[in-house]
Design a protein around this ligand. Structure first.
Ligand code: SAH
Ligand code: SF4
Length: 347
């Protein structure tokens, strides 16, 4: 029998489970508290549950299906975990600590089908969607680590690990709800961000399904020639269509949108591109995150500091906010676009 993974179960679902095991419904709340207040995954350690219930739970359910295969810590404190799934695949999760934040970079898929030419995850191809439980287990694991480290909590969650989150939309939406819930991980709605490569119909679906969370669109190219060469999805949904959709998203959700923009020497980081990007962002309810290229594809280089400074100077004339992301954990291949693992263990 496959055990049900209850980390993503709602209280009513847990109640149904305990009742089906011949136990009173109130036990569900106790199990839930153990999982989220105490971050416990071992039924045997849920000491206020009667032993027979612990044993029945052990046989029927689980709160943990992932194995940690490796942990790497960067010189800047960024930590990356490689998880192994029950079916022998690997994927990664990153904790990015700063003075006042504990951000977790969550994966939504194993590999990615989108084929962006600058991204290492693309080289894995698409393997499968992560389940709701597998998505939440990343946050659970990192929360435990943060609690042991300094008694703190995860403060921010960004779906910028492996995969295209909007192609696993329902699991990602439910995961966001539990990440946010006071009975779950208690992360504020505006500290939960989903990043998409620009899957147009899914952006509109997201605007209706989960309008309260933050959305980032990876623009990365300021015209169709450049963007199509970097991101195959642009041949399906070009920049004009994407921007119309972005506007519709802003209207439907009432949220400010983030455009992510990767800086690649000679391709996306030119004065002309800066002017195009300025035109795109102007008069839109948006901000821009600049991400200097992290190394992966040997044919692409990050720009020099001077090139970035010139690019930022042009953008600074716009009426929108611009932030530059500092690469975190590049020495352990944990920075944006650097996540990739071997495909499957040899049996
Ligand atoms: N698939 C989603 C989310 C994961 S990628 C998306 O594409 O938005 C998260 C971010 O990392 C995206 O903005 C992507 O453009 C960026 N990225 C990918 N590869 C990168 C690289 N080599 N250097 C810098 N940023 C990269
Ligand atoms: Fe997939 Fe995002 Fe990487 Fe593109 S950048 S291949 S969408 S993970």
């Amino acid at each position: 029998m496959t055990k049900s993974h209850i980390l993503g179960s709602s209280l009513p679902e847990l109640e149904t489970l305990v009742v089906s095991l011949g136990e009173p419904a109130f036990r569900a709340r106790q199990i839930h508290n153990w999982m989220f207040r105490n971050l416990e995954t071992d039924f045997a350690k849920m000491t206020n549950l009667p032993k027979p219930l612990q044993e029945k739970l052990e046989a029927a359910a689980t709160c943990s299906v992932l194995k940690v295969k490796a942990t790497q810590v960067s010189t800047d404190g960024t930590t990356k975990w490689v998880f192994e799934t029950h079916d022998g695949h690997f994927f990664e999760t990153v904790l990015i600590p700063t003075e006042d934040r504990r951000s977790i970079c969550v994966s939504s898929q194993i590999g990615c089908a989108m084929g962006c030419t600058f991204c290492r995850t693309a080289t894995m191809g698409f393997i499968r969607n992560l389940t709701l439980g597998e998505i939440l287990e990343q946050a659970h694991w990192v929360s435990r680590h943060v609690k042991e480290m300094d008694g703190g909590r995860v403060s921010n969650a960004i779906f910028m690990g492996m995969g295209e989150p909007l192609l696993n939309l329902e699991n990602v939406a439910r995961a966001c709800e539990i990440l946010n819930s006071q009975e779950g991980f208690g992360i504020a709605k505006d500290k939960i961000t989903v990043s998409t490569s620009g899957v147009v119909p899914k952006i509109l679906e997201w605007a209706v399904r989960a309008p309260d969370f933050k959305l980032a669109i990876s623009l990365n190219g300021s015209n169709d020639t450049v963007r199509s060469a970097l991101m195959p999805i642009n041949r399906r949904y070009n920049i004009e269509t994407l921007l119309e959709t972005a506007d519709e998203y802003i209207r439907l959700s009432g949220q400010k949108l983030t455009f992510e923009y990767i800086l690649i020497q000679g391709k996306t980081c030119t004065p002309e591109a800066a002017r195009e990007l300025k035109r795109i962002a102007s008069h839109r309810h948006c901000k821009i995150n600049l991400i200097p290229l992290n190394r992966g594809n040997p044919d692409m280089q990050p720009p020099s500091d001077d090139e970035i400074a010139e690019f930022e100077r042009i953008l600074a004339q716009g009426d929108f906010q611009v932030l530059r992301r500092r690469p975190r954990g590049p020495d352990i291949y944990a920075a944006c676009g650097q996540l990739a693992t071997e495909q499957k263990k040899v049996a």
